[in-house]
Design a protein around this ligand. Structure first.
Ligand code: 3PG
Ligand code: MG
Length: 243
């Protein structure tokens, strides 16, 4: 497995529009809609801040919940835009649609050093279907010399338009969050493989000895526990290979 992916530091973003896929799927209070944990918004800050500092115009986007292609006002990303604004200490322009007139006009007017957030990607049916026309419409927001940054760590396992399809239309690199999580997974997997090589499948204490430290490393270090799905898959694949 190759964990060395190109990142934002490998590409020139100055003066360019950068479509940055974040995972702002935050928990909200059922009654008030208030964000109850902004960990995922904080996790996106290093990449967003870096892009802004480099003179990019940032078009951030995310899903929230499972609106299944319908506009559900209670799943609007507007509260996330407010929280992001507070955390970044600068204004975040919010588009009231995803690839509609408002998003297009705001993206076209976006200047280097400015950031906007699109409305919930899953308000569009094309998102979960990885519809090429929708992926292209998203990419078009970044314009001809646009760049795509993948930093939605909790969502990269899904082949949706904003996580996969859009990379057919824009040069794509990963953000710092993806880079950090891949380093953690890579380190934990290398450790697991090393223990694996030393152990024997006939040793009844071998499996927990190899696998428990692996999961401990992931749980203690990873910013987002949805990484566990990927890790369980990797361990099953290794087990399958060994047995
Ligand atoms: C999550 O919270 O699991 C991620 O944001 C992905 O969301 P999803 O499970 O609705 O695709
Ligand atoms: Mg989920």
């Amino acid at each position: 497995m190759n964990y060395n992916k190109k990142t934002v530091t490998d590409i020139d973003v100055k003066g360019k529009k950068v479509l940055c896929r974040c995972d702002f799927n935050v928990p909200q209070d059922k009654k008030t809609g208030a964000i109850t944990d902004d960990k995922r918004i904080r996790a996106a800050l290093p990449t967003l801040q870096y892009l802004l500092d480099q003179g990019a115009a940032v078009i951030a986007c995310s899903h929230l919940g499972k609106p299944k292609g319908e506009v559900k006002p209670e799943l609007s990303l507007a509260p996330v835009a407010k929280q992001l604004e507070e955390l970044l200490g600068k204004s975040v322009i919010f588009a009231s649609d995803v690839v509609g007139e408002d998003a297009k006009a705001k993206a076209a007017a976006l200047q280097p050093g400015q950031i906007m957030l699109l409305e919930n990607l899953r308000f569009e049916k094309g998102e979960e279907k990885n519809d090429p026309a929708f992926a292209k419409a998203l990419a078009d927001l970044a314009g001809a010399d646009g760049v795509y940054v993948s930093d939605a760590f909790g969502t990269v396992h899904r082949a949706h338009a904003s996580t996969a399809g859009v990379a057919d239309y824009l040069p794509a690199v990963s953000g710092f969050l993806i880079q950090k999580e891949l380093e953690i997974i890579g380190g934990a997997l290398a450790n697991l493989i090393e223990r694996w090589a030393r152990g024997s499948v006939t040793d009844y204490v071998y499996l927990p000895r190899a696998v428990i430290p692996f999961f401990r490393r992931i749980i203690w270090n990873a910013a987002d526990l949805s990484v566990l799905t990927g890790c369980i898959t990797a361990v099953i694949a290794l087990l399958h290979e060994k047995l």
